[in-house]
Design a protein. Structure first.
Length: 311
């Protein structure tokens, strides 16, 4: 019996005429996502912290029917997020919130937030809301199976984990926040009558540079072994994101690999933890995120969305 081939990047629908922003697109899942979209015809903006690294990554996208450009964006600095959004002109079809840090030593963003929560969630929260007036199709946020780790929860009384920091606890909180953000964003978009959809995806275990900054030497060593013997490459890891970005799926859908433990395989709809599906927690996180960033969900003006605030 012939096995049906799994969906892959060559199955992307034509993206000609569409514009996408991919955060953290200078390496790993980000450049794989940007490359696939450009090859399908899209104009892709690589939103990166380091312009030189971004330009080097852009140079690897060769033979694409679409095009790429590089713009600076530091998600750990809300002033940079605001500057990126303020400079945007015209429509934006697709925003892919891909950038992130994982299991890093305790540190703070420029605005004083715990680095993983500030970068992985708050930076993308602000960016998304500030760009919503331009968006026409969807927002895809890259989450992680780490949101299901034992003890993973939102520390609403101490989101910066001051005095109780753990690299793994901080990372799992930020990834849980990604899914709660997607849930509440979709609720708000639906209530506003917007056609824009919010979705999330996770790559399974993909061999990228993300694991190299782990605060624990033991975990780094184990992850290096996992990258060698278990993980799929960045192109395969990007498939759930690409599927979420281009297929006709319901808002708030969550995509991941279809293999054992969702570690690898073709893209499919996957489940999330009960904590990640709690609408009250999603609303509470949204309120806290607005207070921390000074950025709000855009208000409706007729059938158009108008920009949210920013301090």
């Amino acid at each position: 019996m012939t096995k049906t081939p799994k969906w892959n990047a060559t199955d992307l629908p034509d993206q000609t005429g569409r514009t996408a922003v991919v955060t953290g697109a200078n390496s790993g899942l980000g450049i794989a996502t940007a490359d696939a979209l450009a090859r399908a015809g899209a104009h892709v903006v690589l939103a990166v912290r380091d312009i030189k690294r971004g330009e080097a990554a852009a140079a690897t996208v060769q033979g694409a029917r679409g095009s790429v450009e590089v713009r600076r964006l530091d998600l750990a600095d809300l002033a940079s997020v605001r500057a990126f959004a303020a400079a945007w002109q015209g429509t934006l079809d697709l925003l892919i919130n891909n950038a992130g840090v994982m299991n890093v030593p305790e540190s703070r963003t420029k605005d004083g937030f715990e680095r993983q929560f500030g970068t992985n969630h708050l930076g993308h929260f602000a960016l998304t809301n500030l760009l919503l007036p331009h968006l026409t199709d969807r927002v895809v946020t890259v989450a992680s199976g780490a949101h299901k780790l034992p003890g993973a929860r939102m520390h609403f009384d101490n989101l910066n984990l001051t005095g109780e920091y753990s690299p793994v606890a901080a990372y799992s909180q930020s990834k849980l926040a990604n899914l709660l953000f997607t849930l509440e964003l979709q609720r708000r978009l639906t209530a506003a009558g917007s056609p824009v959809r919010a979705l999330a995806a996770h790559p399974g275990w993909a061999a990228t540079n993300l694991q190299g900054a782990d605060a624990s030497p033991l975990r780094r060593a184990l992850m290096q072994m996992g990258n060698r013997f278990i993980a799929q490459d960045n192109k395969a890891g990007a498939l759930p994101t690409l599927y979420a970005a281009t297929q006709d799926l319901p808002g708030a859908s969550y995509l991941g690999p279809d293999g054992l433990g969702e570690m690898r395989g073709g893209p499919t709809m996957v489940g999330r933890s009960a904590a990640a599906a709690d609408p009250e927690s999603a609303k509470r996180l949204w309120t806290a995120s607005e207070e921390l960033t000074g950025v709000t969900f855009p208000a409706l003006k007729g059938k158009e969305i108008t920009a949210g605030g920013g301090r």
